[in-house]
Structure formats: structure tokens, C-alpha cells
Write a protein that binds this ligand. Structure first.
Ligand SMILES: [Zn+2]
Length: 261
């Protein structure tokens, strides 16, 4: 009886985390779940987010906001990141802010760094990259959003530069929903997010935020130093739907970016 009760609590807590944590990421399950609409450009664009809703105040008042331009970094002995990713079902959404977001409920995909273990909740793309490195953006960026069992959020950014076509991107783009809509399950298709990672997982790390409303801080970002290659055709296919789904870079306000050796 006690065991059944504990199981129930565990399931309830898991359900809570599974529902709430993705909503706390920089994209929610569907755009209509945002209490107040926002956009990347125009009257509801990035410079106005903090004024659109009191819940978005961190977008204006936060001191540790993302993305940033990484111009200098302190080389430090940092733990290696280990990605424990595997193939799993493809649940994909065009949510009105990105053409491709892949959602997970209990993905069983983990990112381990030092003593910390984070589970993958969703990943999505921006064009061009939100992160700048030495003053310049890349062609695209992939954000893999994770949370640990206490709800701490860790974002991994993978930068993409023009080059050869990527097979994993090709697979995702095949199922890219052409219009904004609900989450779609693609039967019989599996993706392995490990196929979207560079072999060398050396990184920059800093304390930041979600890069979209409500701009919640407390996100530990890991920006992988080695970019991946994407073909111009692949970037163009995304850009036809979302030519610029990017928040401008934010002030560092004294934050120090650390870099793995
Ligand atoms: Zn993002």
C-alpha cells in the first residue's frame, strides 16, 4: 500500500514536471499557451517583451539574460559533457516561433556534466544563431533544453555553419510542419539527437535565461565550441518559414563566460 502510494506520488510529480518544465522553456507546447502573444519583430518584438505582460518583466529587468555575444572566455578545468542520447519517436511542432521543435515526455535522453544529470525535454532551431561568437552569428543554432530532477534548466547550443548537408537535419526537415499548428506524432520515424552533435563537445558555459518570454533566468547554458555543418539548401528551407526567429544579444552585466580546455 505504501509502495503504491509512493508510486502515485512519483507519477504525479513526474507528470507535473513533464507538463510544467517544457512550459518554462523558451518555447511552450503550442504558441496559444502563452498568456500574452509576442513576436520577434514589430510592436510585440524583443525590445517590447518586458512591457507586454508583468510575467515577462525579466526580459526587460533581468541582469542575466540570453543570448550573449561570447567575445572572451576564461579557460577553466571544467567537467566534460557526456550525452546519453538514443533514438526515440519523433513528436514535432511548428509552434509559430520555430519551424522545428521536437518534444519529449520522459525522453530517457540525458546530458551529464560533472555531478549533474539533466534530462532532454525538447530541442528546436533558430535562424541565424542567437549566440554570437566574437561578434558574429552562425547560420543556425540548435537549442537542446534539459532539466534536472529539481527543475534546474540546462540549455545546450549547437552552432551550424554552411557546408555539407546533414542527414539528421534532412530527416527532421522532411517532417517540418509547413504551418503553425499542434504537436504531430510521426509514426514509425525515430530520431537520435546525438546525430545533431559534434564529436568534440568542448564548450563555453555561462549563467543566462530563456531566450524568449518570459525570459526566466537560472538557465545554465553550454555553447558547444565546435560547429556542425548544414547545407545552404537546408538553411533556406527553414528560412522560407522562419527567416529570423532570433532575440538580439543581451548585455553581459559582468558575467564571466568559462571555456573548457
Ligand atoms: Zn531557443
Amino acid at each position: 500500500m505504501r509502495k503504491a502510494w509512493m508510486t502515485f506520488l512519483w507519477l504525479a510529480a513526474s507528470a507535473f514536471l513533464a507538463r510544467e518544465i517544457p512550459e518554462a522553456q523558451d518555447s511552450r507546447p503550442v504558441s496559444t499557451t502563452w498568456k500574452t502573444a509576442w513576436s520577434y519583430e514589430g510592436a510585440k518584438g524583443a525590445e517590447h517583451w518586458g512591457d507586454l505582460d508583468p510575467e515577462y518583466a525579466a526580459c526587460r529587468d533581468g541582469k542575466e539574460q540570453s543570448p550573449i555575444d561570447i567575445r572572451s572566455a576564461e579557460k577553466t578545468d571544467l567537467p566534460a559533457i557526456r550525452f546519453e542520447y538514443k533514438s526515440g519517436p519523433l513528436n514535432i511542432i511548428n509552434n509559430g516561433y520555430t519551424a522545428v521543435r521536437v518534444d519529449y515526455i520522459h525522453s530517457g535522453n540525458f546530458m551529464v556534466v560533472g555531478e549533474k544529470r539533466y534530462e532532454l525535454k525538447q530541442f528546436h532551431f533558430h535562424r541565424p544563431s542567437e549566440e554570437y561568437i566574437h561578434g558574429k552569428p552562425y547560420d543556425m543554432v540548435l537549442h537542446l533544453m534539459h532539466a534536472d530532477s529539481d527543475g534546474h534548466v540546462a540549455g545546450v547550443a549547437v552552432l551550424w555553419k554552411a557546408g555539407s548537408a546533414n542527414a539528421a537535419i534532412q530527416q527532421l526537415w522532411r517532417f517540418m510542419p509547413k504551418t503553425e499548428g499542434k504537436l504531430v506524432e510521426i509514426p514509425g520515424v525515430e530520431v537520435n539527437p546525438a546525430d545533431l552533435l559534434p564529436r568534440d563537445t568542448g564548450y563555453y558555459t555561462y549563467q543566462g535565461s530563456q531566450t524568449a518570454p518570459p525570459c526566466t533566468e537560472g538557465v545554465t547554458w553550454f555553447v558547444l565550441k565546435t560547429p556542425m555543418e548544414i547545407s545552404t539548401e537546408q538553411t533556406t528551407a527553414f528560412a522560407r518559414l522562419y527567416p529570423h526567429d532570433v532575440r538580439p544579444v543581451q548585455p553581459l552585466n559582468g558575467r564571466v563566460v568559462k571555456e573548457s580546455r
